[in-house]
Design a protein around this ligand. Structure first.
Ligand SMILES: NC(=O)c1ccc[n+]([C@@H]2O[C@H](COP(=O)([O-])OP(=O)(O)OC[C@H]3O[C@@H](n4cnc5c(N)ncnc54)[C@H](O)[C@@H]3O)[C@@H](O)[C@H]2O)c1
Length: 360
């Protein structure tokens, strides 16, 4: 029996609805397995800006750091959209990842057989896709200094800095190798070593780390080739590891394989058990309060929480199998209604109830 306190940061837009749906499924898991999960709620993103003037305050961050895991909805919305504003919702995300040392972002992309038709790619190409992208999350371009706009001799100019040290590369490639060991033991390390010095370091360190994992086959691929291969032969990938910016772009590309943003979970992990779990989609403000958004991405994120932060792998698999059964039984939210044998159109909370009722 596991007792755990989970920090819940619903954020903005549909965040409250999807976190509520995930908690309903977590509670059903707890009731079946005799576990006890409690939840402490905090604000992040626009909601935190409105309440505290900052996208994530110190108290909420401290509470998250002391919890077993963090469940996060999504942040952002038109009210806080001005890109020149000094306080912006996504600063909350960057801060929590950086300060809690959550350097490895895991994004599994698995195509549910009931939804093969939802993919924009042909069935022959996409069927059987089951890959995991591990993106470095706390280094690279999004954090390098200087990052600024200034006046130069030719007018306005701007600079961003791409920097990595070997420790940052080693830990995320090592994490990816360990994840590959638990899967099909194939790792693709993605870089741009023909052009970038950081990529040459990345490849050098990745080769050193790979030598520690004799049972994992490691290949190295340029990011442009990887982008092509993802749409031409997605089933050739098992685990992909890459730096922050390449990972940001490749994960969005890979997410399209599954057919809807509403299906894809993510986990951000560091060296300890603490992890942050969130869907890959945003706060979908136009759907807020309508009870129509697909909660599956958030519910599968909760399954990852059970697996990686609470060591409850059987319970995680039970949620994943239950999602599969619910889809096989024809239940669909609006975004996937046209895919496969969709017979029952349901809203957010009803989908969560269907999934909870099918837990093994
Ligand atoms: N991690 C995050 O919190 C995160 C990520 C991306 C975008 N955002 C923010 O979210 C806000 C809205 O961004 P956006 O509209 O570009 O992207 P979005 O992902 O919020 O939504 C785009 C569209 O995708 C569809 N969609 C997304 N999630 C869905 C789900 N679970 N079920 C069904 N359909 C779904 C909806 O049609 C929605 O209108 C912006 O403020 C943006 O900055 C936040």
């Amino acid at each position: 029996m596991v007792t755990a306190r989970i920090a819940v940061l619903p954020g903005d837009g549909v965040g409250e609805e999807i976190t509520r749906a995930a908690i309903a499924v977590l509670d059903a898991v707890a009731a079946r397995g005799g576990h006890s999960f409690s939840y402490s709620f905090g604000k992040i993103g626009g909601a935190a800006i409105d309440a505290h003037g900052t996208a994530l305050n110190d108290e909420t961050l401290a509470d998250c750091g002391q919890s077993a895991a963090i469940l996060l909805g999504a942040v952002g919305g038109p009210k806080w959209d001005d890109p020149r504003a000094s306080v912006r919702p996504e600063q909350g995300l960057l801060r929590i990842r950086k300060e809690l040392g959550l350097y490895a972002n895991l994004r599994p992309v698995r195509l549910f057989s009931a939804l093969v038709d939802a993919s924009p790619l042909r069935r022959q190409i996409v069927e059987g896709t089951d890959l995991l992208v591990v993106r470095e999350l706390t280094g690279g371009l999004y954090f390098g200094k200087p990052s600024e706009r200034r006046d130069g001799p030719h007018g306005r100019e701007a600079v961003d800095t791409l920097a990595y040290d070997e420790t940052e590369v080693r830990r995320v490639v090592r994490a990816a190798c360990r994840l590959a060991q638990g899967r099909r033991k194939h790792l693709t390390s993605v870089d741009k070593q023909n052009v970038l010095a950081t990529s040459r370091l990345w490849r050098e360190v990745a080769i050193e780390v790979a030598a520690e994992f004799a049972d994992v086959t490691v290949e190295h691929m340029l990011v442009d080739t990887a982008a092509m291969r993802l749409v031409r032969q997605p089933t050739s990938f098992d685990v992909i590891v890459t730096e922050n910016t390449f990972g940001d772009i490749l994960t969005d590309e890979a997410s399209m394989l599954a057919g809807s943003m509403g299906l894809l979970p993510s986990a951000s992990l560091g060296d300890g058990e603490l992890g942050l779990y969130e869907p890959i989609h945003g706060s979908a403000p136009s759907h807020a309060g309508k009870d129509d958004i697909n909660p599956i991405a958030m519910i599968l994120s909760a399954a990852m929480l059970l697996r990686y932060s609470l060591d409850l792998d059987a319970e995680a698999r039970s949620i994943e199998a239950s999602v599969q059964r619910t889809l096989d039984d024809g239940f669909r939210t609006y975004d996937i209604m046209g895919a496969g044998d969709g017979r029952h159109k349901v809203g957010t909370q009803a989908m969560a109830r269907e999934i909870a009722s099918r837990l093994g």
